[in-house]
Ligand binder design. Structure first.
Ligand code: FES
Length: 186
């Protein structure tokens, strides 16, 4: 089963948040919360496992602004698709493995020739919150990627954990480029 994602308006963000995140939501229409919302709460509203197991989602990268990210729902999970700037790519590539708690090269987390696009599962590897940082005005921590307000984990522009209790990098889901401006996750 494959679905085409579409841009959705702000929807209902948590009441403490006025961030107008751009969100892409898969055809199921399930909305994604942002901020410190714990993922398992949302996950309980998603389709059954046999439906999810077949799911893939395609979407157009063109609406994603440079320096920002959008959230796509894939198999009931938020996936961040970030359009990285040239400076962010350079920064990510310059990090030495010895600086990382979960050592992984940036080049192993993106597709060759499409380094401006980072695709990661947007679930903090500590306890499952959805980190902040998709919008350039959001808190992104000291490493320019994402900041998890739950317990202070920080991720860099490659989605690698750099600070705090998170034990691992944000996961990279299976995905492929269908063209220069379109990807398929799953
Ligand atoms: S869930 Fe992200 S730091 Fe605890």
């Amino acid at each position: 089963m494959s679905a085409t994602a579409h841009v959705q308006g702000d929807g209902h963000a948590p009441d403490h948040s006025k961030r107008d995140f751009l969100k892409l939501v898969a055809a199921s229409g399930a909305a994604i919360g942002v901020g410190s919302l714990a993922w398992p709460l949302i996950d309980s509203m998603n389709p059954s496992g046999d439906v999810l197991a077949l799911s893939s989602v395609e979407f157009d990268l063109a609406p994603v602004p440079l320096g920002q990210a959008v959230t796509v729902v894939w198999r009931g999970k938020p996936v961040f698709v970030r359009h990285r700037t040239p400076d962010e790519i350079k920064t990510a590539e310059a990090v030495k493995l010895s600086e990382l708690g979960d050592p992984q090269l940036d080049s192993d987390r993106v597709k060759a020739g499409h380094e401006q696009w980072l695709v990661v599962v947007g679930i903090c590897t500590h306890l499952g919150c959805v980190p902040l940082g998709n919008k350039s005005t959001d808190p992104r921590g000291d490493f320019g990627g994402w900041f998890c307000p739950c317990h202070g984990s920080q991720y860099d522009v490659s989605g690698r954990m750099r600070h705090g209790p998170a034990p691992a990098n944000l996961a990279v889901p299976p995905y492929a480029f269908m063209s220069d401006t379109r990807i398929k996750i799953g």
